[in-house]
Design a protein around this ligand. Structure first.
Ligand code: PLP
Length: 257
């Protein structure tokens, strides 16, 4: 009997503070009862306060990591995080074409939680054109959705209308606003939409987007349907923020395990 946990291939950047990036992915995926296989796309220099620098890996290194993993392990879902360059978007698109018919969650990372840039807006447009059509889910927060949709003042509904032609399911999170309630909105290609509401927690968090997208990928790897997986991933993420640590001088770190 094979009792192995479902494996989620992560293609994301490394954050040496451990609050976001691949470490967030690994922890959130483990917490769903899955195994994370982390392929590094980029290295960052940052802490809980700010991003100081980042460097995108050579495509050959990313191909080689992914090839080594996919030639050996059975991948149940893929989670995409920081890619950092147009070249890395193309590299990842090619890797994904070798992995048909599995759920793919694309977190279109362009900024760190503290606001520091992790990729130019053009990287977001390339993700929209080349990766969203391959993904089952995109999980932008509202500021990211506005960049991807090229609607600087757009509402979530307006951004969704512009972005749904590119991807099957869009989960636009509302954590970056200041209303007392956070509205996370799930839009699907079949025209349905659902709003998940939760109380806003005080504080600002580093790695909340990584946590949510990875938990969602884990839930999909377990075989849950889209709405069930989204609900479970949002509830898990909210708990990690409620229980967050404040280890440094900047943002809080979600407590994922
Ligand atoms: N990926 C990497 C490598 C990062 O360093 C960060 C933030 O610092 C993110 C993704 C996105 O972070 P968040 O989940 O706070 O949006």
């Amino acid at each position: 009997m094979n009792t192995a946990r479902p494996i989620v291939l992560c293609l994301s950047g490394h954050d040496p503070s451990g609050g976001a990036g691949l470490q967030a992915d690994i922890e959130a995926i483990m917490a769903q009862g899955c195994h994370a296989a982390p392929t590094v796309t980029a290295l960052t220099v940052q802490n809980s306060v700010d991003v100081l620098d980042f460097r995108v890996l050579d495509p050959e290194w990313v191909f080689a990591q992914a090839r080594a993993v996919t030639s050996d392990l059975t991948i149940a879902a893929v989670k995409l995080g920081m890619l950092g360059s147009l070249e890395m978007v193309d590299t990842v698109a090619e890797i994904l074409r070798g992995l048909p018919n599995i759920p793919i969650v694309c977190d279109p990372v362009l900024r760190a939680g503290g606001g520091g840039a992790l990729g130019k807006d053009e990287v977001g447009y390339a993700m929209r054109e080349r990766l969203l059509p391959l993904a089952s889910f995109a999980t932008p927060n509202l500021p990211e959705a506005r960049i991807l949709a090229e609607l600087p003042e757009g509402t979530a509904d307006q951004c969704a209308e512009k972005l749904l032609p590119y991807c099957q399911n869009l989960l636009i999170t509302g954590g970056h606003g200041d209303e007392q309630e956070v509205h996370n909105r799930l839009y699907s290609r079949d025209g349905s939409s659902k709003t998940f509401t939760c109380d806003r927690l005080p504080g600002s968090y580093h790695g909340s987007g990584c946590t949510l997208a990875s938990a969602l990928a884990g839930r999909l790897a377990l075989g849950e349907d889209a709405a069930t997986a989204v609900e479970a991933a949002l509830a898990y993420t909210w708990r990690t923020l409620r229980d967050a640590d404040h280890p440094g001088k900047g943002q809080h770190f979600p407590r994922r395990l």
